[in-house]
Design a protein around this ligand. Structure first.
Ligand code: ADP
Ligand code: MG
Length: 850
């Protein structure tokens, strides 16, 4: 049965109400609250039952057939919402807006929240290690303005970008933005790209929200930036019904302040997840994260993907680490305290968007309770963090919220005795109606002086004051009592006070629950006034947590404080790859990496499995660690401030995006060539491997020459093309190193030690034998190799000649690259590019032959 075909005149009142609300939320799955369940009807019900694997039932709704229905219990609704939203659905939550017991007929209902991919705010549903971003994208003739908000923490940022699609995509992937709001002037191919290739939810909306508080914009003057915020706000407030009062001041992000890495570099260096399993375990952050709070872990992640370039700030982080290393007792105390701090950034988010309960407030209180001591330690250490202790807020929560508050907020048991007199009285009444009556009786006796009055109860009159005939005359007019019943030997009265108490006694339970809820809402409002300040302190705590974590790993992983320079000097003595070292069973062999200001390229050769890739990564990781403010894994380091890291490392084929190895390889190389500066670090791991030998060599050599001579940035270049190792004779900026291996009893032994000069043996067959290939096969391979080597020996000199003289002026590959727009290439076009490159190569060869 389809919703659109229903004869609405026949519907039951409830179904009619449902229809009216659903009309306004056509694009969402409407969760309609019915008592203890959320129900989905018609097509929504069918969809939900399929996606959530729940039974599809039916409900009588006035029609001939039952209306298809699927329901979930209210207390477990979060998980279901999360599942649907992650599958790309939008969910609208329709609540009962009145208490059913106070209403005759239909309870009023309305949508209170709309949830989409980028706006899940419940901390229980979010990855505590990562921020969760929604963004607005505005396009102007010359720039993109990207406004990014984590609704769960209130962190708001704005980035203005030159109008280059690749840069835009990079930012979107960098922040793992889950949902983007666009105006309808955006090109459809961008929308398609975001939706289908990157699985980002895209919504179109052209409106602006006009009442954005100016306090967000104290550092902003650019109207386009403000418009971005207004655009995002409209969508969140008017379409998704969010409360944005917890959003923090807008932060302007300027990429030039940071060490820039594109998604490939972050992936290739395995900074936040491993290449193979895409898991946090065995990534750099997994190793470095000894944070005690979720906020610290998120801050660390933010730092790792956005290292900085400011030497002063970095040195001040090192100073703090050093201080904590010295004051280890204070450090331990500090970390113990941090351990008691909950995720208050996101807890406070539940006050504005989510289902806050008594337990959340208790967690907030416990967290706040640590602040005075943390502040004291921070002051002792002489650190410049601003920590507010929120004494008033703490006292409010301490006096109000009971230690065993339940999960629900509408069942009582949350408010402490002593917080509210009326509530205490009600509880007294509930605890013992009799005690209360006895107390009241004594009080009335005392007040009136009538000794033998009694309080009684019957079903007809309720509670009454009974006085014997003899004393009835002592009841004075001014008591305000009302005579109810006259019996043979006594009179029965009621007093206004007794009448009031009577209804209290009879409805105590219900009243307690209502009053507690009222008080809870009141407390929640009071806490809400503190959100922005609490979040500021939370941010400071997260940084303290990261720094304390850095101090902890200094000992754990044997790290040293690096020196930083602006002179292009790179000197690492006894460097290690911290993750490989921690995970591997073998003893890690440390290695130096020394490049003075005139050396731009290390050309690294060595057999497979000898440690080339590991060596190059360890240098990059050392740089990243230094530029987030951590100590580094070596004996001694003097490091240049790096502005960008580029990587081209094998085996990261973007298969999902349908790109071949070679294409990806050339795109990444091109990206580096176009964007690197003298201050950059490039890692090219066996460049040119993805194509035929001669193409590969020529490309590798041309690229190597180009970066060494034209860009002059620090470049680590590993290669299996031994032909190009003689380039060091031609270019002073290029230095050869190799990784050592020796043969012991006909077996290859890796020493993993980097040495000066080059090697010209690849030991490939020996590696194959290590992999336990059949002996006969290995032997045959040896024979074939010998044949080749004999041949090669005859032509060797020619070969080297060939490589060096291919083009006395380096091939003008940059011209070819400049014309490639990788994102818009079809596979056929990519093949054409390849074909052209090859043509060029053959041409060159012919010319040399002449
Ligand atoms: P290559 O790139 O030369 O083929 P890798 O860098 O992939 O070699 O290293 C191969 C393996 O050798 C790594 O997985 C690691 O376990 C080990 N290895 C590399 N470098 C070292 C080192 N310096 N000390 C100890 N083991 C190492
Ligand atoms: Mg390798």
């Amino acid at each position: 049965m389809r919703r659109s075909e229903v004869d609405r005149s026949k519907l039951s009142p409830m179904m009619a109400q449902y229809m009216e609300i659903k009309d306004m939320y056509q694009d969402e799955l409407l969760f309609y609250r019915l008592g203890d369940f959320y129900e989905l009807f018609f097509e929504d019900g069918i969809t939900a039952s399929k996606e959530l694997e729940l039974t599809l039932t039916g409900r009588v709704g006035g029609l001939e057939e039952r209306v298809p229905m699927c329901g979930v219990p209210y207390h477990s609704v979060k998980g279901y919402i999360e599942k649907l939203v992650n599958k790309g659905y939008r969910v609208a939550i329709c609540e009962q807006l009145e208490d059913a017991k106070n209403v005759k007929g239909m309870v009023k209902r309305g949508v209170t929240d709309v949830i989409s991919k980028g706006t899940i705010a419940d901390l229980e549903l979010l990855d505590s290690f990562s921020a969760s971003y929604i963004a607005s994208l505005l396009t102007y003739p010359d720039i993109y303005v990207l406004t990014i908000l984590d609704i769960s923490t209130g962190k708001l940022m704005s980035i203005s970008l030159n109008k280059e699609l690749q840069k835009l995509v990079n930012e979107i992937l960098h922040y793992q933005i889950k949902e983007i709001v666009l105006k309808d002037n955006v090109e459809t191919n961008l929308i398609d790209l975001l939706k289908t290739r990157y699985n980002i939810e895209v919504n179109i909306n052209n409106n602006l929200y006009d009442n954005v508080s100016d306090s967000l914009f104290t550092k902003v003057s650019d109207a386009r930036v403000k418009l971005g915020v207004k655009h995002l706000y409209y969508y969140l407030i008017n379409i998704e019904l969010k409360d944005l009062s917890g959003v923090q001041e807008l932060q302007l992000i300027n990429r030039n302040d940071y060490l820039q890495m594109d998604v490939h570099a972050i992936r290739n260096l395995e900074l936040v997840e491993t290449l193979r399993n895409k898991e946090r375990q065995f990534s750099l952050i997994w190793l470095l994260d000894k944070c005690k709070t979720a906020m610290g872990s998120r801050k660390l992640k933010e730092w790792i993907i956005n290292p900085i370039k400011n030497i002063k700030v970095l040195n001040s982080r090192y100073d703090k680490i050093e201080k904590l290393n010295e004051e280890f007792i204070l450090k331990d105390e500090l970390r113990d305290l941090l351990d008691q701090v909950y995720d208050i950034e996101r807890l406070t988010g539940k006050i504005t968007n989510g289902n806050l309960n008594g337990r959340d407030l208790l967690q907030l209180k416990k967290s706040l309770g640590t602040l005075p001591k943390i502040k004291e330690i921070i002051e002792k250490l002489g650190f410049d963090y601003q920590i507010d202790t929120f004494n008033d807020l703490f006292n409010l929560l301490e006096s109000a919220i009971s230690e065993d508050a339940p999960v629900g907020v509408k069942e009582g048991g949350m408010i402490k005795a002593g917080y509210n007199q009326n509530l205490d009285e009600l509880k007294l009444i509930r605890a013992g109606g009799k005690d209360y009556v006895a107390g009241f009786e004594a009080k009335v006796k005392e007040e009136t002086g009538i000794k033998n009055l009694k309080i009684g109860f019957n079903k007809v009159f309720g509670y009454y004051i009974e006085i014997s005939k003899g004393q009835a005359s002592e009841v004075k007019e001014n008591f305000g009592w009302e005579r109810r019943q006259t019996l043979a030997n006594c009179e029965r009265f009621i007093s206004p006070e007794l009448k009031e108490k009577e209804s209290l006694i009879l409805n105590a339970e219900e009243k307690i629950i209502d009053l507690e809820y009222e008080l809870f809402i009141d407390i929640k409002d009071k806490v809400k006034a503190y959100i922005l300040d609490v979040r500021k302190t939370a941010d400071e705590l997260s940084e303290i947590d990261v720094i304390a974590s850095f101090s902890t790993i200094t000992d754990d992983y044997n790290l040293v404080r690096p020196k930083l320079n602006n002179e292009h000097v790179l000197k690492i003595v006894g460097g290690r790859h911290p993750v490989v070292e921690a995970v591997s069973n073998e003893e890690y062999v440390d290695n130096d990496c020394v490049m003075d200001e005139n050396t731009s390229t290390l050309l690294i050769t060595g057999p497979n499995m000898s440690g080339k890739s590991t060596y190059m990564r360890q240098v990059a990781i050392t740089i990243v660690m230094a530029q987030i403010g951590s100590f580094v894994p070596c004996k001694e380091a003097n490091l240049p401030i790096i502005d960008k890291i580029f990587t081209r490392i094998g085996a990261s084929d973007d298969l999902v995006a349908g790109q071949s190895t070679f294409m990806v390889e050339m795109m990444e190389a091109n990206n580096a060539i176009l964007n690197a500066t003298k201050d950059s670090l490039i890692i090219f791991d066996e460049l040119g491997r993805g194509t035929a030998t001669y193409d590969g060599i020529s490309l590798a050599q041309a690229i190597l020459e180009y970066v060494s001579e034209n860009i002059k940035c620090k470049t680590l270049f590993s290669t299996h093309y031994h032909e190009i190792t003689s380039l060091d004779q031609k270019y002073r900026s290029i230095k050869n190193v190799h990784v050592d291996a020796t043969m012991e009893d006909d077996k290859l032994v890796f020493l993993h030690k980097i040495k000066n000069g080059s090697v010209d043996k690849s030991y490939g067959i020996h590696v194959a034998s290590l992999a336990n290939m059949p002996d006969s096969l290995i032997k045959r391979a040896g024979e074939i190799l010998e044949g080749y080597e004999n041949n090669a020996a005859k032509t060797k000199t020619n070969n080297v000649q060939l490589a060096l003289d291919l083009d006395p002026k380096p091939i003008k590959t940059e011209d070819i690259f400049a014309d490639i727009d990788p994102l818009n290439l079809t596979p056929i076009e990519a093949l054409n590019v390849l074909y052209n490159l090859k043509e060029k190569y053959s041409q060159n060869k012919k010319e040399i032959g002449k």
